[in-house]
Design a protein around this ligand. Structure first.
Ligand SMILES: [Zn+2]
Length: 271
């Protein structure tokens, strides 16, 4: 070894080790364990995938709801049950006007474990429909969230029509731009927003400046989520969570902690 390389090694030894990247614990606000998943993944396997991805607790809804119960029975501390109104996928389009769905949800809520109704899909014309109205009354009565996969016009109509109900807005409306989300969040205190599948928040890994400003202004209103809407999605839960960690690290630490974990813990406190 030359004298120079000895000196170089000595100098390197004095440098501090690179800091390990910050990894935030996650509250995942968008998980499903629906019937097609049951044969491919046992509840134990699902729980281990979530744990490996850094998910400490998750808001789960499934078609049918028994999928959620399978996970909840194994891990009541880590699974926050949301009651999905779909008994099968066939209910997806017809539920707002189907009294049988309303009766099913009322009956099922008697278990007393649910913290939300949803995730459910509908359009602006369904806002006054009888079963939507019934769910809003149930949610207000039992302080449950309505977890809604709806567009921005529909979420605004919900917030105006049912002002006493807490709304968890799935995917921030999927396509609503940050400016529109900002407008709604400022105007409606009963609106919380989850960001599953919103790759536009940090496309290419760099946090978008408009979303960043919105998170800094309203750090208590946003949650992260994965959305396991098809069985194959379970293969990428880890990668999806890693991608979220990358943009969380670009926020002030206290803002990142709220979005990663603390908002979920506050809104759905452990029983
Ligand atoms: Zn979903």
């Amino acid at each position: 070894m030359t004298r120079l390389s000895v000196l170089l090694l000595a100098a390197l030894a004095l440098l501090p080790a690179p800091a390990a990247a910050q990894v935030f614990p996650l509250f995942d606000s968008h998980i499903h364990y629906s019937r097609p998943d049951w044969d491919a993944y046992t509840p134990e396997r699902i729980l281990s995938i979530l744990a490996k991805a850094g998910v400490r607790r998750a808001l789960v809804s499934s078609t049918p709801d028994d999928g959620t119960l399978k996970l909840y029975e194994k891990a009541p501390a880590g699974i926050v049950p949301s009651l999905r109104p779909y008994r099968t996928r066939d209910d997806m389009g017809s539920w707002p006007r189907d009294p049988a769905v309303g009766a099913y949800v009322e009956e099922r809520l008697k278990r007393g474990i649910y913290r939300a109704i949803g995730e459910m899909h509908f359009g602006v014309a369904d806002v006054p429909a009888p079963v939507v109205k019934q769910f809003a009354a149930l949610a207000a009565d039992r302080t449950l969230f309505l977890w809604c996969h709806i567009d921005d016009a529909t979420v605004e109509a919900m917030l105006k029509t049912y002002p006493g109900v807490k709304i968890l807005w799935a995917h921030a409306g999927m396509s609503a731009p940050a400016a529109r989300v900002a407008e709604l969040v400022s105007r409606y205190p009963m609106l919380w927003v989850e960001l599953a599948l919103r790759t536009d928040v940090a496309s290419g890994g760099t946090l978008d400046p408009e979303w960043r400003a919105l998170f800094v202004r309203h750090p208590d209103r946003f949650l992260i989520g994965t959305d396991t809407w098809v069985t194959s999605r379970w293969e990428s839960v880890g990668a999806a969570s890693d991608a979220v960690q990358v943009w969380l690290r670009q926020l002030p630490r206290d803002v990142a902690e709220q979005i990663a974990w603390k908002n979920g813990e506050r809104l759905f406190p452990p029983p």
